[in-house]
Ligand binder design. Sequence first.
Ligand code: AMP
Length: 250
Amino acid sequence: MKVLVAVKRTIDANVKVRVKADGTGVETANVKMAMNPFCEIAIEEAVRLREANIASEVIAVSAGPQAVQETLRSALAIGADRAIHVVTDVALQPLAIAKLLRAIAAKEQPKLIILGKQAIDDDNNQTGQMLAALLDWPQATFASKLKIEGDDAEVTREVDGGLETIAIKLPAIVTTDLRLNEPRYASLPNIMKAKKKTIDTLKPEDLGVDVTPRLNVLKVEEPARRKGGVKVADVAELVSKLRSEAKVIG
Ligand code: AMP
């Protein structure tokens, strides 16, 4: 079975995100970018399925400007077999990405599509769910364990109260949570091999998808700054401050 994995290029998880001075979004110019961590987990899981002879081919897909090819090369270095780049400079929203992925699924006929549960830049947590709805496929979101046997998948999901295990039929959508696996580091030979793997390019028009944004972002703000702490001289002063200022004791 073919496995399709959607990967997004985002701001590197170790970079402190800064809001643009005009409040229209976050600063991405001259900022270190990397593969969204949940997408790395998605690729790792797909590659493990191929190594276990459950998947026959792993195809990484990313939509965005030319630079997303770097992210696709990283996916190929982890072990994806080939990649598809949907080239566009439009700022993509989850519905547009879900429609692009639906069109690619129609061409490639994968049995499983793995996505990250969310992209750490805009935290939408929507694309996988929208794609499942568009394809009318079962979905298992926030996966922390995935077991596949034939056309059956058993997925353990991280939910508020603990873990939930569900059984779904393939073809299906799975979105990854943090504990699903620990992605490998791409080895140098695999980075070199990845350079020779194919990245096909397509435009949204080739897939018949209109990616025009439908939502307007009105404003992006940084969280309120925390006030600095105060040193107290002794316990008595601490208790008095807890009473008068923090009002945590009566
Ligand atoms: P989101 O719904 O934006 O939080 O993103 C959830 C997941 O959708 C990501 O982890 C990716 O697997 C996928 N995704 C989002 N944006 C893109 C993109 N531009 N290209 C490919 N996949 C994407």
